[in-house]
Design a binder for this molecule. Structure first.
Ligand code: ADP
Length: 160
């Protein structure tokens, strides 16, 4: 069984890594699918985000995790790969409300598609990429929110 874990991952946080590790134990293969959204005030380009995730899965020895990217409708990407399960992380009720709607749209758009939700690890449930971007933009300490590898990339990018 394969699963797609889609997101912007700008940048990859400890919350994302926790979800990826848990999925890698549940599925034969995890496809981390990076959304191509260069215009969304991103700090890292698509190729940088992919490279960061690739380094992280090597560091964590997750050999059943692969990285891909997609543009447009997620269901078209899922159909192309022949994968019928999408995983998303849930932090707060607000995540649920947003995700539920998307999951319903997606299940209408693709027959048999299931979206599964993993509850965030409570230690990381407050962490968001946008929060990390905010702290990083002011050269703040991001070490509680991202891995060492990602912290290094952030420091490089913001020159601190
Ligand atoms: P998107 O822009 O698609 O929401 P993100 O990169 O912000 O992309 O998040 C990708 C997925 O990871 C989403 O399902 C999101 O809810 C989940 N996620 C984000 N942060 C955390 C966290 N701290 N713990 C668990 N899941 C998270």
């Amino acid at each position: 069984m394969k699963v797609i874990y889609p997101g912007s991952f700008d940048p990859l946080t400890l919350g994302h890594i926790d979800i990826i590790k848990r999925l890698s134990k549940m599925y034969d293969q995890v496809v981390v699918a990076v959304l191509i959204n260069e215009n969304k005030n991103s700090i890292f380009s698509l190729s940088e985000r992919e490279e960061i995730i690739k380094t992280q899965i090597e560091v964590d020895g997750l050999d059943n995790v692969v990285i891909s990217s997609f543009d447009g409708l997620l269901v078209n990407f899922a159909k192309d790969l022949g994968i019928k399960t999408i995983a998303r992380g849930l932090r707060e009720v607000t995540d649920y409300e947003y995700e539920k709607n998307i999951a319903m749209f997606n299940s209408k758009l693709m027959d048999g598609l299931e979206t599964i939700f993993l509850l965030s690890n409570p230690n990381y449930s407050y962490i968001s990429s946008s929060g990390v971007r905010e702290v990083a933009s002011f050269k703040g300490d991001v070490s509680s929110f991202v891995s060492r590898e990602v912290e290094g990339k952030i420091r490089e990018k913001f020159d601190y």
